[in-house]
Design a protein around this ligand. Structure first.
Ligand SMILES: Cc1ncc(COP(=O)(O)O)c(C=O)c1O
Length: 400
């Protein structure tokens, strides 16, 4: 007799491009160099002062971390929000550290979804980060993906959805700067999204884990928090939550440190939920996170590095006539597959030991596009585009 199991695991657990992933893994295992732009996990070292804060933050006696996190950490998160966005938040009621933003995003619906209620849907943009949907489904909710398109600059325009859709939703996730497209939005976009959420009474969540990765010449991407502050009632965070992360900002993907900031009632509900789960970051990680949130210079240095890589690849795209979409911020570049078939183009790149993600890995609406994560070094990017250039000249690519 088969043992009981959650059917969602079978439905969601497998990766949609398992064969492609197997091939990529086999390439990585070979001794020849591989130019891997597929995994969103940068390899630059974590700044030394953060590593030191981790070592020195290791307490002599080990005790359970609390769901609320260290008060000093909540203060340093609020300090960064004030410096970065000019918005004052109360560290004690409007800020909650998470063990990475993924963990926060996944667990968040457990405190919001009523699995027996009639508003159970999460609205999110496809292509997009899959965890908005997965968290909702595991919490007993339903998924309502909205196809994002190039013509609309990959924007999820909540105010243009049918009212029935908005009224079946209990949560909508926006994510700008956006993974996988790198698209950005302006402050007015956040204002409109917030007005729609308040009119239709769902929780508006904004995943802003790439808030500090943008081209240096551009205005920093705005936050939903600023829209709430500019909304007439200063600092009125009713009905919204924003997810932040140190992973990419500070080179701390392995530390698992993020934060939720927003509505005090929603934060209180998360605080009540989270001791049931026990995912709080260990104290030493929290001390390292305090150091990282309190300092902006290292984030600017990392930004400059990603921008140097961007410049190399964007110049190549321009020379090769490869059409770029989105790509205004984050450390991703999003481009239209020459010939139109993202899977075929990714396969052709693999044959030259260049690994890129086919857009369909991020949802059906990603078909025809590919994502490059700027993970190789600047020199690695130069080598990869030289190989790519030569392969195009040799006629190795479909439709190129
Ligand atoms: C859009 C988006 N949100 C959240 C995350 C999770 O980041 P972390 O858990 O490292 O903070 C990622 C990671 O790639 C992401 O792309």
């Amino acid at each position: 007799m088969p043992l009981p199991s959650n059917p969602l695991l079978d439905r969601l657990g497998g990766y949609p491009l398992a064969a492609f992933q197997d091939l990529a893994r086999a390439l990585r295992a070979e001794p020849e160099p591989v130019h891997d732009f597929s995994i969103g996990d940068p390899v630059e070292p974590t700044p030394e002062f953060i590593r030191q804060a981790l070592i020195q933050g290791n307490p002599a006696s080990s005790q359970y971390p609390t769901a609320a996190g260290l008060p000093e950490l909540r203060h340093s998160i609020a300090g960064w929000v004030a410096r970065r966005f000019g918005v004052q938040v109360d560290p004690d009621t409007q800020v909650l550290p998470t063990a990475g933003s993924k963990e926060g995003v996944f667990h968040l619906p457990l405190a919001i979804v009523d699995p027996h209620g009639d508003r159970r849907a999460v609205v999110w943009g496809d292509p997009g980060y899959p965890i908005y949907e997965r968290g909702q489904l595991f919490a007993g909710g339903t998924s309502d993906p909205v196809a994002l398109v190039e013509e609309r600059d990959w924007r999820l325009d909540l105010d243009e959805l049918a009212p029935e859709r908005l009224q079946s939703a209990c949560i909508a996730w926006t994510n700008y700067p956006h993974n996988p497209t790198g698209a950005t939005v302006d402050l007015d976009y956040h204002r409109r999204a917030l007005a729609t959420a308040r009119e239709h009474e769902f929780v508006l969540c904004s995943d802003e884990c790439y808030a500090d990765l943008y081209p240096d010449a551009d205005e920093p991407p705005p936050s939903l928090l600023q829209a709430a502050a500019a909304d007439g009632a200063a600092g009125d965070l009713r009905g919204l939550l924003v997810a932040f992360s140190l992973s990419k900002r500070s080179g701390m993907t392995g530390y698992r440190c993020g934060a939720l900031v927003g509505d005090a009632d929603l934060i209180a509900a998360q605080r009540m939920l989270r001791p049931n789960i026990g995912t709080a970051s260990p104290e030493a990680m929290q001390r390292a996170a305090m150091a990282a949130w309190s300092q902006d210079e290292h984030a600017a240095q990392r930004r400059a590095l990603f921008n140097a890589k961007r410049a190399v690849v964007l110049q190549f795209f321009a020379e090769a006539g490869i059409r770029v979409g989105g790509s205004n911020a984050t450390f991703y570049l999003w481009f239209a597959a020459p010939g139109g078939d993202d899977a075929a183009y990714a396969d052709a790149l693999l044959r030259h030991r260049i690994i890129a993600s086919p857009g369909r890995a991020f949802g059906a609406a990603g078909k025809g596009w590919l994502r490059l994560a700027l993970v190789p070094s600047v020199e690695g990017c130069r080598e990869a585009v030289a190989i790519w250039h030569q392969a195009i000249a040799d006629g190795a690519f479909p439709g190129a």
